[in-house]
Design a protein around this ligand. Structure first.
Ligand code: AMP
Length: 303
């Protein structure tokens, strides 16, 4: 493995370009566009896993060239959160990104993204406020700001996000529409371990016991899905089933376990026939906070 000063990373099968400056990143996209190529972006915080790889592969299906950003964004972490201990391994990320089909890894420094005097942020109202917004009040402002910057810097035609971060997908779609950003948002399904745990860079924090307990999240989503599919539409009942299943694991501490409209995140007392429901979870296992979700359609009314 070799990263030389000209920002090219050579791996046995292909060349991956590693860019660290905004100027180089812009030049890359401008060159591609001059050649008539489309560009896809997959924003990540690195420590890549199969979930990220699936996003890169999906981006390849939608664009001629694929850029993956690797940037642990300080502004989306609260002071008490895990910014400094968030796992990082750029060399490993480069191998995984290349193998998945990325052409470029854009890995700017914090100073490149937030130079002295930086003073702007993007705030999305309403849909940022519930769920993650309650537990992490400044999180989506940090996400919306950095993703807007990436859209402006990379100038990609499409960008791929994982449904794993469900509310984030809703927030990104909202500000792209509101701010008329010319990028098409593509949403990728959640990639899971064989026992159902959603892949996450944070899973490495879990102790072996907590790792075992964490499979309860997927089971709780599946059990509640079955309730909806067998006709239960009362929100409080669905949320009780979600919470009761998770509470079977003594290590699990629920932050939220909610059912909401999949498009608007509204929380009616009862869901209507045919309505798409998203089940949203945030649960702590020790000091590790995991999120997961699934979307279920209420059965249509039987005539
Ligand atoms: P992160 O590096 O955690 O910020 O994630 C970067 C992108 O990868 C986001 O769009 C996530 O939703 C997506 N992602 C993370 N984990 C998964 C997963 N298990 N399956 C699919 N996408 C994922």
């Amino acid at each position: 493995m070799l990263i030389n000063s000209d920002s090219f990373f050579i791996c046995p099968t292909a060349i991956l370009t590693v860019l660290t400056t905004i100027e180089d990143m812009r030049r890359y996209t401008a060159d591609k566009k001059r050649q008539g190529h489309t560009v896809g972006l997959v924003p990540t915080m690195g420590y890549l896993h199969e979930g990220h790889a699936s996003l890169i592969r999906l981006a390849r299906d939608h664009a001629d060239s694929v850029v993956t950003s690797v940037f642990v964004n300080p502004t989306q972490f609260a002071p008490n959160e895990d910014f400094s201990r968030y796992p990082r391994d750029l060399e490993r990320d480069l191998v995984l990104a290349r193998e998945a089909g990325a052409d470029v890894v854009f890995a700017p420094t914090v100073a490149e993204m937030y130079p002295d005097g930086f003073a702007t942020s993007v705030q999305v109202q309403s849909i940022s406020l519930p769920f993650e917004g309650i537990s992490r009040p400044t999180h989506f402002e940090g996400v919306a700001t950095v993703v807007t910057k990436f859209f402006n810097i990379v100038g990609s035609d499409i960008a791929v996000f994982g449904r794993k971060d469900y509310q984030q997908c809703v927030v990104v779609r909202q500000f792209v529409r509101d701010l008329n950003i010319p990028v098409k948002i593509v949403i990728a399904p959640t990639v899971r371990e064989v026992d159902g745990l959603a892949m996450s860079s944070r899973n490495i924090y879990l102790s072996p016991e907590a790792r075992k307990s964490a499979t309860i999240l997927y089971r709780a989503l599946q059990e509640t899905r079955q309730c909806i599919e067998s006709g239960e539409t009362h929100r409080a009942t669905l949320e009780r089933v979600l919470a009761a299943t998770i509470n079977r694991e003594p290590q699990a501490q629920i932050d939220y376990a909610a059912a909401a409209d999949a498009d608007t995140l509204a929380q009616p007392d009862n869901f209507a026939p045919g309505q798409q429901i998203v089940l949203l979870l945030a649960v702590r296992f020790g000091s590790t906070r995991l999120i997961d979700n699934t979307v279920v359609a209420v059965p249509p009314e039987v005539q």
